[in-house]
Design a protein around this ligand. Structure first.
Ligand code: HEM
Length: 159
């Protein structure tokens, strides 16, 4: 084989290699759905928040905490934070951050767990799949440190 032919083959091989390593065409690849979308979006999350509120009102561990609250105000804020935390792009959270919202309330572990139970019970009532419930639980757990006054626990252990 002539050297010229060898060079042509080499150049052709390089060209093919360059083409195959180009970025893949992602236009046909479906984008991953947010947790918000997988849960069912606005109407579903609104219905879940309604039941979170109803569960709190019946829960002896936390019901007194919300006795003086305006239900429509709290539900609005909880809807917004639930939506934004699960990936909604068309909702804005207009409330305080979790530390400021619960400052000075001396919320303990038992109350925090009771609220988490109420949220998950509401999710269950709306037949949310286990995977999505786990993701909701992880989000709730991530704000625990801003809500629970851990000094209460520490003091109880020490004394
Ligand atoms: C588990 C995670 C929790 C989340 C994501 C959460 C979320 C919120 C949000 C978004 C607000 C409204 C903030 C604002 O006014 O700007 C709020 C207020 C409040 N939260 Fe929580 N909360 C959690 C846990 C708890 C717990 C464990 C308690 C106590 C049992 C509690 C008691 C309250 C009370 C009393 C208010 C004030 C309601 C009012 O304005 O009348 N929260 N919370």
């Amino acid at each position: 084989m002539k050297i010229k032919n060898l060079i042509s083959i080499f150049i052709a091989a390089l060209f093919l290699l360059a083409c195959s390593s180009e970025a893949p065409d992602t236009s046909a690849t479906p984008t991953a759905k947010s947790l918000y979308e997988r849960i069912g979006g606005k109407e579903k999350v609104k219905a879940i928040v309604e039941d979170i509120w109803n569960n709190h009102a019946k829960n002896p561990i936390v019901k007194d905490r919300f006795a003086g609250s305006d239900p429509s105000y709290v539900k609005k804020r909880v809807f917004e934070i639930f939506a934004v935390a699960t990936g909604a792009t068309d909702v804005e959270y207009k409330g305080m951050d979790m530390k400021a919202a619960h400052k000075g309330m001396n919320i303990n572990e038992m109350e925090f767990n009771a609220v988490v139970d109420d949220v998950l019970a509401a999710c269950e009532m709306h037949k949310m799949a286990q995977q999505e419930q786990n993701e909701v639980l992880a989000i709730l757990w991530s704000v625990r440190k801003d809500i629970v006054n851990s000094h209460i626990i520490t003091d109880t252990l020490v004394n």
